[in-house]
Design a protein around this ligand. Structure first.
Ligand code: MGD
Ligand code: MGD
Ligand code: SF4
Ligand code: MO
Length: 726
């Protein structure tokens, strides 16, 4: 290293769709990022990043697959053949095409498609939203990930608040329920480990023996889609044994009597039949949960990716109320913390720019159907950014058929040549997180951060904010909001008079890197626990390697639920008004032996497709070293199911249903029960054998609440694939 080259360290934030939202330190030399580390002062990051980002984010930034200039398609759709063009040509072409479509069909013929390529609040949703609102484009129901659970939680508790991850170390019983933190919430694990060193038990409820389940004291391999039955039976045992917390319920809940009647229908024997778990285990779990304090449940989004997903989350969410677990430091439940951040989304997205009447909505989970069947007007332009729907959206065959339409004008803005760019008319180069500024909240902790750019944009890439600023100008939109700088928008997002933002400004975030929300603290509950700095930030340099510890937040210790009644709504009038059962209930998932025996006779295996350990959605699925770690696309089969099909471990299998088929390598073992199969998602289709990914098999059916995706409700058949696989 030449002696005179200067090293700079920049505070950045991991942009990926992950509850942890890690603080990062980027070391830059001569304009190039050379090192990436976890922020040692950040109380949840605690100086480490997951393997994907810590070891491979720079491979992503400097990937040979990066789009560095705008490109125009020269081959047929799907071929991925492009010629370089200038930004001026690209912007002119988009302007002319959009104007012609508006004139001929109306602006509703234009559909934006975006999701969580970055969770930066600006690049996820600010200038883009303003642009499409002003244009009058169709609106996208962005419900591919979390909407069913979000709604269920809101009906029950009023908002997305939950147990502080930093309080998990105080728990004595931790139920990880439809969640796999060892893979998808890595920074919760140290808090769980501390709790276990202090005597806590870790119980995992998951159809699959996940990495987290392998670490657990007890794993209950429940049948997919049956968790509401388990939760109802647990509540029944608790109430029958008189172990519920009547005093807490009287003060903080409504609908307990109605709930009591409902759960009375759920004997452990009935739940055992539905869930496939032994009745003794259900009884033992109920007693352990009722008699151990503090107890906490970590849900994440796995549970709600089923046709009955909202109700499953709802039923599990009632448990901590029944035992009064919210009383305790380290008690309660956590789905998401995002409701604690009082961000001014309206200022960012400017929905007031929409024309009246409001443009129609298109559900992103049904984008294939919309492209193929929408009328009045038909979809004539699709504008994709922060998303890779050719790989990540359900029912790929329909999505690809839609994307192949020759009369569809498709623009894709992405840092990489993905499955989706292959179908684009124009590909536009996007910056990565190291090349732009952004503001970040988190959904698995209570910290705000600013991401500072570490390096200049590579090639001619531009951020989402800059792209839509340029497009607004080209379209002749004169509102001053299209001239806002990133700094202006960060200030707008934070300009909310809310106690949680007290003392937090763009400047304090720039100075300190991160800030804990100004949440009420639970000192009175913390006898014997020594906490250090409670102030914002401490020193954000690499020379201060100790993470700050704060008094954890105990969201509902004294009630104060943001529901219509101000209490936990075990009975929900809002659900009733929405045409839902106001009480938790179990319904079998749409594709199951219980709900559709004829379909199950043809396709007897319930396939779940959870998060891959070495990928993050499709965002890392093209990094060679991570592909090597993830191995090949695989399917886990129980030996009983494998033997019945003459499949042995390592065989290639054709997995299929009426929607499509793909090739997966068999992993035979007791990691799933008979009748259940699991395949980790998501590989790029073009990097999969046969060019077909897992979403060939998944349905675009919607969840019971929130019109969300149902990636884990699939019936499939598996057969040995005898031909060689390239
Ligand atoms: N079978 C199956 N399918 C699934 C899931 C599953 O569990 N099983 N999970 C689902 C879930 S939970 C989700 S959230 C979705 C996610 O689905 P998507 O939102 O499609 O997320 P990714 O697949 O990660 O694709 C994000 C894209 O954004 C790009 N990107 C990153 N940063 C930027 C940026 O700053 N600007 C622009 N313009 N682009 C950027 C990335 O390169 C990447 O191509 O996938 C869903 N699909
Ligand atoms: N490494 C990695 N991390 C990620 C992602 C990734 O792709 N890879 N994706 C990110 C995104 S976008 C999200 S939304 C989160 C998701 O984070 P999680 O919700 O934790 O992850 P999932 O893998 O979707 O589902 C969690 C677990 O639910 C289980 N499950 C499926 N069906 C059922 C059921 O019916 N009952 C029960 N009890 N369990 C069930 C699955 O087997 C899985 O182990 O992770 C984020 N983090
Ligand atoms: S993906 Fe999650 S765990 Fe990994 S660095 Fe990013 S925020 Fe942290
Ligand atoms: Mo997600």
């Amino acid at each position: 290293m030449p002696a005179n080259t200067e090293l700079r360290v920049v505070h950045a934030v991991c942009p990926h769709d992950c509850p942890d939202t890690c603080g990062m330190k980027i070391t830059v030399q001569d304009g190039r990022a050379i090192k990436i580390q976890g922020d040692p002062t950040h109380p949840v990051t605690r100086g480490f990043l997951c393997g994907k980002v810590g070891q491979h984010y720079l491979d992503l930034v400097y990937s040979p697959r990066r789009v560095l200039t705008p490109r125009r398609r020269v081959g047929p759709k799907g071929s991925g053949q492009f010629a370089e063009i200038s930004w001026d040509e690209a912007i002119d072409e988009i302007r002319d095409r959009l104007r012609a479509i508006v004139a001929e069909h109306s602006a509703e013929a234009i559909v934006p498609y975006s999701y969580s390529g970055t969770l930066g609040l600006l690049n996820e949703g600010s200038m883009d939203r303003r642009f499409f609102h002003r244009l009058g484009a169709s609106q996208l129901e962005r419900t591919i990930c979390s909407e069913a659970g979000f709604r269920a939680w809101k009906y029950t508790y009023g908002g997305s608040l939950g147990t502080d991850p930093e309080a998990f170390e105080h728990a004595r019983l931790i139920l990880v329920w439809g969640s796999n933190p060892a893979t998808s919430n890595t920074h919760l694990m140290p808090f769980i480990t501390t709790a276990r060193k202090q005597g806590a038990r870790l119980v995992v409820i998951d159809p699959r023996q996940t990495r987290t389940a392998r670490l657990a004291d007890w794993h209950l391999p429940i049948r997919p889609g049956t968790d509401a039955a388990l939760a109802l039976a647990i509540m029944n045992v608790i109430i029958c044994e008189g172990l519920h917390d009547q005093a807490w319920l009287d003060e903080h809940a409504i609908g307990f009597d109605a709930l009591m009647q409902r759960v009375g229908e759920w004997t452990v024997e009935r739940a055992a039949e539905v869930t496939g778990l032994p009745a003794e285990d259900i009884m033992a779990l109920a007693c352990e949960y009722a008699t151990t304090r503090p107890s906490v449940i970590r849900l994440n989004y796995g549970l709600q990716r089923h046709t009955n997903g909202g109700m499953m989350v709802r039923a599990v969410a009632c448990l901590p109320a029944v035992v009064g677990a919210w009383r305790d430091l380290g008690g309660g439940a956590l789905l998401s913390t995002s409701g604690a951040f009082p961000i001014d989304y309206t200022a960012l997205a400017r929905p007031d720019l929409k024309p009246a009447p409001e443009p129609r909505w298109v559900n992103m989970n049904q984008i294939g159907e919309a492209l193929l069947t929408a009328t009045d007007p038909p979809i004539k332009a699709l504008f994709v950014y922060d998303a890779n729907p050719a790989a990540s959206a359900p029912n790929s065959a329909r999505v690809i058929q839609g994307l192949r339409r020759d009369d569809l004008f498709t623009v894709v803005h992405d840092p990489y040549f993905t499955d989706t760019t292959d179908y684009a008319d124009l590909v536009l180069p996007a910056t990565t997180q190291l090349e732009h500024m952004d503001l970040h909240k988190a959904y698995g902790n209570y910290y705000l951060q600013v991401n500072q750019p570490a390096i200049a944009p590579l090639g001619e890439s531009v951020s989402n904010v800059e792209l839509f600023r340029r497009l607004a100008q080209a379209m002749g939109f004169t509102e001053s909001c299209f001239e806002d700088s990133v700094e202006n928008m960060i200030d707008q997002a934070l300009a909310v008079a809310h106690p949680h933002l007290q003392g937090i400004t763009r400047q304090t975030l720039l100075d300190n890197g991160w800030a804990r929300l100004a949440l009420p603290q639970a000192e009175s509950m913390m006898a014997g626990v020594a906490y250090g700095a409670i102030a914002v930030g401490a020193s954000a340099t690499l020379n201060a390697p100790r993470a700050t510890r704060h008094a954890p937040y105990v969201p509902f210790a004294h009630g104060g639920f943001p529901t219509p009644s101000g209490k936990v709504e075990l009975y929900s009038a809002a659900m009733r008004a929405a045409g839902l059962d106001p009480l938790p209930r179990h319904d079998p998932i749409a594709e199951s032996r219980a709900a559709d025996p004829a379909l199950a006779a043809r396709y007897p295996l319930n396939l779940i497709t959870p998060s891959a350990h070495f990928f993050l959605n499709t965002s890392f699925s093209h990094v060679d070293k991570l592909i090597a770690k993830q191995g090949e696309p695989f399917i886990e089969l129980n030996p009983v199911d494998a033997e019945a099909r003459c499949i042995i471990d390592g065989d290639w299998c054709r997995v299929f249903n009426d929607r499509g088929a793909c090739l997966l390598r068999a992993r035979v073992g007791e990691t799933v029960r008979p009748g259940v199969a699991a395949a980790e998602a998501t590989w790029w289709s073009k990097l999969s054998p046969d060019g077909k990914g897992i979403n060939q098999l998944t349905a675009h059916a919607l969840t019971d609440m929130g019109r969300g995706a149902t990636f884990y409700t699939n019936l499939v058949q598996v057969e040995r694939h005898l031909e060689p696989v390239a």
